[in-house]
Ligand binder design. Structure first.
Ligand code: UTP
Length: 276
């Protein structure tokens, strides 16, 4: 059973400067909800109640968001505005939040390794909140948990991207093992390749088995000094222990301005705030 979800949220979010100078990127809102809240809701919908968040300097707003705000709550109590806080209060009531700080931003692999004390020796989910997913029936993470329950190894979510964009993603090669569920046995993966014969891109959702921590400790930093999760996953893939799932749904790269605007428009239309 997957009981914990790790949210790496320590990055600088430089593409959103100056907005992210004092506000964590993960707290930027799509409509009225911060990106991270969408991620926490996705984890809850997949039956996970323990949220483990990797933060860093300047990210205290994250902890405050997932905590009671007595003054505000008592101000709104009994007024017609009280309902605005209902959703977040329900989340706080039904989840536990633990935090660890990443002291140096040495990449996603390093951020995940920093989360080890919060996870321990059990399989866990990872959500990158800046990849916002919207699925019709089952959430992305929930689809992945079904896949994990079948294969009991690390699971990554993938989507097809235009060939011209492969250099922005971790790209996998693999053998299709189930047509009906769109699952692949991963044979190779490359972080941001200049070109590739595959356009299957890894998105910000993972289920990882805990041996990943030992592998991450041995990974050498790349040319930018970052420890890449892709390198650790490749080591698992070489032992036949990584399955990729082409998830059913839509993903928005809210770490980029274009994706952020697309997501805002998508949800504004979905909730009929603007016309289609
Ligand atoms: P990104 O590379 O998209 O985030 O990392 P970033 O570095 O904050 O963004 P830019 O490129 O400067 O605009 C993906 C996720 O991994 C986390 C980020 O917070 C983001 O959620 N991350 C990345 C860490 O927690 N620590 C790191 O050292 C790097």
């Amino acid at each position: 059973m997957i009981k914990k979800c790790l949210f790496p949220a320590a990055g600088y979010g430089t593409r959103f400067l100056p907005a992210t100078k004092a506000v964590p990127k993960e707290m930027l809102p799509i409509l009225t909800k911060p990106l991270l809240q969408y991620g926490v809701e996705e984890a809850l919908a997949a039956g996970i109640k323990n949220m483990a968040i990797v933060t860093g300097r300047g990210k205290r707003a994250i902890e405050d968001h997932f905590d009671n705000a007595f003054e505000l709550e008592s101000q709104l109590q009994g007024t017609e505005k009280e309902h605005y806080l209902k959703e977040i209060k329900d989340i706080i009531k039904s989840s536990t939040f633990t935090y660890v700080r990443q002291q140096k931003m040495l990449g996603l692999g390093h951020a995940i390794l920093t989360g080890e004390p919060l996870i321990g020796n059990e399989p866990f989910a990872v959500i990158l909140a800046d990849d916002l997913c919207d699925c019709k029936e089952q959430s992305t993470l929930s689809q992945m948990i079904d896949t994990y329950n079948k294969y009991k190894c690390s699971i990554i979510a993938i989507e097809e991207v235009p060939m011209s964009q492969v250099s922005r993603y971790g790209i996998i090669n693999g053998n299709l093992i189930s047509n009906s569920t769109d699952t692949y046995q991963v044979t190779n993966m490359t972080e941001k390749p200049q070109k590739s014969d595959s356009n299957l891109a890894i998105i910000g959702r993972y289920i990882l088995t805990p041996d990943i921590f030992k592998i991450l400790r041995q990974i050498q930093p790349d040319k930018n000094g970052e420890i890449q999760i892709t390198d650790a996953l490749l080591s698992q893939a070489k032992q036949g222990k990584v399955i990729a799932l082409k998830f059913k749904g839509k993903r928005f790269d809210c770490g980029s301005i274009e994706g952020f605007v697309d997501a805002t428009n998508h949800f504004a239309k979905k909730f009929k705030i603007i016309d289609n």
